[in-house]
Design a protein around this ligand. Structure first.
Ligand code: PRP
Ligand code: URA
Length: 211
């Protein structure tokens, strides 16, 4: 498994505002979108392309276009939805599938409550969006879901991760083509499974509390 932790002052600056408990939802949503676009640049480094011939006003030349089958972007509902616009801005020709997952806040076990993905993901490059990688349970379920349907490789973009969750995923996906791109690797998980220092509940901060 490859892990890339962003090391860029703009990303750290935006994450600092995101972490701040005083930051209101509209600013939080705007920053999330901006951060994803910056992280997507690294996450799509190995996106498959095909050569194309084009004519400029001056001459013929070869260039590249995103190859078929098109990449599949999979935001994990709910919080991952806040990352979708930032990603499709960078890869507008990608397809989008959806996975709805929620973590039981007592057991910390994830469960799938919604799914809208192509049945056959053979040969597809998949990009999973979820702002928080805490215990890693939700992201691991998503990764397994995609490989079970034949995905060729999976790249996850997360704003923050805890070392415990990252290690758990690394162990579980051994031998698979998985890349994780992070805005920051935080210190640890607390006793409630929250990332420390983290930013709190990403879904609530994006969209408000649900009962
Ligand atoms: C959050 C977050 C991840 C998950 C991370 O979602 O968006 O999906 O928790 O935790 P884990 O690594 O321990 O599995 P949550 O279950 O709160 O749902 P939400 O996006 O609807 O708020
Ligand atoms: N989910 C969140 O939204 N935040 C955390 O810190 C952990 C899981």
């Amino acid at each position: 498994m490859r892990v890339h932790v962003a090391d860029h002052p703009l990303i750290t600056h935006k994450l600092t505002v995101l972490r701040d408990e005083r930051t209101p939802s509209p600013t939080f949503r705007a920053l999330t979108e901006e951060l994803v676009t910056l992280l997507a640049y690294e996450a799509t480094r190995d996106v498959r392309v095909a050569e194309v011939m084009i004519r400029t006003p001056v001459t013929e030349t070869t260039g590249v276009t995103i190859a078929e089958p098109r990449p599949l972007i999979v935001p994990i509902l709910r919080a991952g939805l806040g990352m979708l616009e930032g990603m499709v801005k960078l890869v507008p020709s990608a397809e989008v599938g959806f996975l709805g997952m929620v973590r039981n806040e007592e057991t910390l076990e994830p469960s799938v409550y919604a799914e809208r993905l192509p049945d056959d993901l053979s040969n597809r490059q998949c990009f999973v969006l979820d702002p928080m990688l805490a215990t890693g349970g939700s992201l691991l379920s998503a990764i397994e879901y995609l490989f079970d349907r034949g995905a060729q490789d999976v790249t996850a973009i997360c704003l923050l991760a805890a070392p415990e969750g990252l290690a758990a995923i690394e162990k579980a996906v051994e031998g698979r083509d998985v890349t994780i791109v992070l805005g920051a690797l935080d210190e640890r998980l607390n006793e409630h499974g929250y990332i420390v220092p983290g930013l709190g509940d990403a879904g609530d901060r994006l969209y408000g509390t649900v009962g």
